[in-house]
Design a protein around this ligand. Sequence first.
Ligand code: GLC
Length: 455
Amino acid sequence: MEAPTTVDGPIPDATELQDFLERARRTLTANDVGEFVKPGLHQYPHQWNWDAALVAMGLGHFDPERARKEVRSLLRGQWLDGMLPHVVYHNGSSDYFPGPEFWQIEQSVAAPPGIHTSGLVQPPLLATCVRRMHRRASDREASLAFVREVYPRLLRLHRWLHHARDPEGTGLVAIVHPWESGTDNAARFVQPLMQVTPSASQMPAYQRRDSDHVAADERPVHADYERFVYLIDRFRRWGYDAETMYARSPFLVQDTLFNAVAYQALEDMIALADELGEPTAELERWRVRLHRAYNSKLWDDEEGLYFAYDARHHQLVRENGVATFMALYAGLADRAQAEVLVGAHLENPDEYAPDARSRFRVPSQAKNNYFYEPRRYWRGPVWILVNWMVLEGLERYGYHDLAEAVRGDSLELMRSGGFFEYYDPRDGSPAGASDFSWSAALALEMLEPLPLALS
Ligand code: GLC
């Protein structure tokens, strides 16, 4: 008799499921280099900010003490002003560019002493992951002590975001570099980046290394990469002074994904604060403001999509990409907006739903978007993190069947292709870095639901 099937492929039996979960756990332990867990086997040899948050959440399923260590390691790189850098170089340089020496963070008065880091931030997923680790922890006392220990550091990060990156009090937090978005090559950054125009004499010397381990046609193109480097050169010349960076960075974007992550994190911070008996008024203020600004500024009623806002050139960037659904993840959309996002877009085969052009949910760029490329980094491939956020959002709004379909596709991709950085939506073939930690961490998160009883 044939194994029972769903539209998304064979349902694994219990043994196969256990084996798959074991492979996910082993991927995380194999990438553990002591101080931190590498994001992937070869491509990324340092500790990345939101990777570490996700890794900690994954480790929380089977080794809570190790999970807490991951968070502490990341926080060791926190700057004196609260900024949490996007890379921490615990073990010095490697074959990865940019290495610690490129950043010259010693130019900043806020750089943490005795540790090498980058000078940029990344989407603030950490509070959300810490809260989920806490909800899952069986040793309630140890977990609460840990939350008490890290809470002030998390609060300082969010305070920094809502001040240094929103000095005008718009309600939205700005990013000054595509790398800060965590999704740097996405089409919504093309237009703002095109306005960054370095002359040859302004370009610092550098040697790109990101195509050493991954095919060049899956990585960002040269002209974009030049701009990435040029922007960092500006910032280091300005000593990473937050005021100058906000006022003068040629790239200044109020991003859909970044702000959705920041909003969800505030909800999680408020829950943690309540449990600790800490005040919540400041967090509430940022939350209300962000909610209002997100909908008044980033929602385009005509298209029925959320778009990033280029705050340097005062315009919406009308590119249809998966970041538009992050408003569901964070609960920022109202019922009518959610219906449009799901009905007219997520379920539309010209954009994100499966059809002859794509078998797997959810392509990171709409298929009918000009920049769609099914194998190029953030321009079309399926990412497990994005799928997890989309399915969390769908569940939040009651689209359980569709959430199940996204979960089914994600698991099928990982079961047949392994834990990769991303996958081609046409045939599910894996691409980018192999043995990718956050994919493994999220496999655990998708299959082992949070206990309902706890806060
Ligand atoms: C890439 C991704 C970024 C991630 C990093 C490490 O740069 O765009 O989101 O944090 O790799 O995995």
